[in-house]
Design a protein around this ligand. Sequence first.
Ligand code: ZN
Length: 169
Amino acid sequence: MSAPQNLEEFMALALAMEREAVERYTEFADTMDTHNNREVAAMFRTMAGYENKHAQQIMAEMGWKEAPPLRATLTWPDFEAPETVAIDEVHYLMQPWHALQLALAAEQRAERFFAELARVATDDSVRRAALELQAEEAEHVALVKQWLDKVPQPDRNWAEDPDPPRYSD
Ligand code: ZN
């Protein structure tokens, strides 16, 4: 990955990451709603709300009306943005504990991402912005951990559906 050269590039990258996280968390919430898993849906929607606020903060800070285009070489190390939860990690019977584990991993990836950017930044304003965003992601990590403490751990057979969905043709 090539590091952002200036604050605009850095913030454009951060914005793209936050927006992708919002999209994915919302997608998951919708999937959970479809399967009447209201509790997990609500958690994903809350996370989407946080990341959306984050995206708006970045827009406001930069005075942007719309997201700027990303430089082509400024790519994610992986296929998807670091804060995005992989789509195949979601199971329709998942419990709040599972959802929170996925969210935790995504938020930790985001935190590491900003830490790494702060480390490689050659510009002071970029480093400051990276550290600020890292701190905010650390807050998200702490929040998800607090939620995890409050939900029961699933038992071994959580993925066995006593009343599996039936499809008629
Ligand atoms: Zn976050």
